[in-house]
Design a protein around this ligand. Structure first.
Ligand code: MTE
Length: 342
């Protein structure tokens, strides 16, 4: 008898987005836009559903279809899409509707509201050069389209869980980070990859806020970077990625809180020093280097036990490593002394 063991990341059928959600998408986008928001002056990420939260901008009347169209107008890679889906990472259930995933965003370079998608259109995404340097055989720079031409392009449907306790399921297009690591030829002394996002205050109004340590920086260990799940994203929903979701290059680390999934990447620095991330520098009591999803480890200001599915607005239990534990738990053996879950 063939017994099919469900993989940890598979969503139950009941989590599929119901038909009604599609019919009422404007209402849902508005509800979502009024949800978690960030505190202006202190600039910290906030929990889903905190009472004082208000959306600082009106909810968009049009959704991701328009924003994606804008993205493909300026994106010469549009003809490459859609990429073939890698079924190894297909979760059961439907992706979050595109209109929601592309209009409910965190991208502090363009402000601390969830409605930054219009502002993000100001970011020029061609030419876009990516630097690969630090502890590598030979540092180099490569244009995004030349990079795309070298990489094993594919689509992966991943769960996406924000530290603010909301979640989505997104069909990302891109290529495994491990392919870029191979291209980089790191030296044996490289222990971490530092991910650096763009810095352009002329177009990114949020980067004028002096209390943030721009540019946005994140980091992973070389083992995490070489794990097959770590995915560099160039598109979503079978098209080039909209700017508000991190075009032309972001990362998706689905077993970690969403703040590790940096957008607008311009540099991969291989280093022997553990990078201090953007949020960790702002508030080390609340955000650390590892940031693996764990329902049993609360954020200092809210519980992580449950999450709100941003499409259905239903609360569902959060799963250890966001459901990818079978794949990634081994990365963390011997690190018990570390704060792995913040
Ligand atoms: N990357 C940059 N450069 N700037 C940011 O503010 N926000 C992070 C992450 N990547 C952020 C970023 C956070 S907190 C989350 S939850 C995700 O992006 C949100 O990704 P999404 O808008 O595509 O859902």
């Amino acid at each position: 008898m063939l017994i099919r063991i469900k993989r940890g990341w598979e969503l139950p059928e009941s989590a599929a987005t119901p038909e009604e959600v599609f019919r009422n998408r404007r209402r849902i986008i508005k509800a979502a836009a009024a949800g978690p928001i960030v505190l202006g002056a202190s600039g910290l990420l906030a929990a889903c559903g905190e009472d004082e939260q208000v959306a600082s901008e009106a909810a968009p009347e049009t959704g991701g279809a328009i924003s994606s169209a804008q993205a493909s107008e300026v994106d010469p890679s549009a003809g490459l899409y859609p990429f073939k889906r890698n079924l190894r990472y297909k979760i059961v259930g439907e992706p979050t509707p595109e209109e929601i995933a592309t209009t409910y965003n965190n991208y502090y370079e363009f402000g601390s509201s969830k409605n930054i998608w219009r502002k993000a259109q100001a970011l020029p995404i061609r030419p876009w050069t990516v630097a690969i340097d630090g502890l590598v055989e030979k540092p180099f720079e490569i244009g995004i389209d030349d990079l795309l031409a070298k990489m094993p392009l594919q689509e992966r449907l991943y769960r996406h869980r924000c530290v603010e306790a909301w979640s989505m399921a997104v069909p990302w297009s891109g290529f495994p980070l491990k392919a870029l690591v191979e291209l980089a030829k790191p030296l044996a002394s490289a222990k971490y990859v530092k991910l650096v996002s763009f810095h352009n205050p002329e177009v990114a109004s949020g980067q004028s806020a002096p209390w943030y340590p721009w540019p946005y920086v994140e980091g992973v260990t070389i083992e995490e970077a070489s794990h097959d799940l770590a995915f560099l994203v160039t598109g979503m929903y079978g098209k080039p990625g909209p700017k508000q979701n991190g075009a032309p290059l972001r990362i998706a680390l689905p077993w970690k809180y969403g703040f590790k999934s940096s957008k607008g990447l311009v540099r991969f620095e291989f280093t022997d020093q553990r990078p201090v991330s953007f949020w960790e520098e702002i508030q080390p009591r609340e955000y650390g280097f590892w940031a693996n999803v764990n329902p049993e480890v609360s954020h200092p200001r809210w519980s992580q036990a449950m999450e709100t599915d941003i499409a259905t607005q239903q609360k569902v239990p959060t799963v250890l490593y966001n459901g990818y534990g079978e794949e990634v738990a081994d990365l963390y053996t011997g690190l018990e002394g570390e704060k792995l879950f913040m």
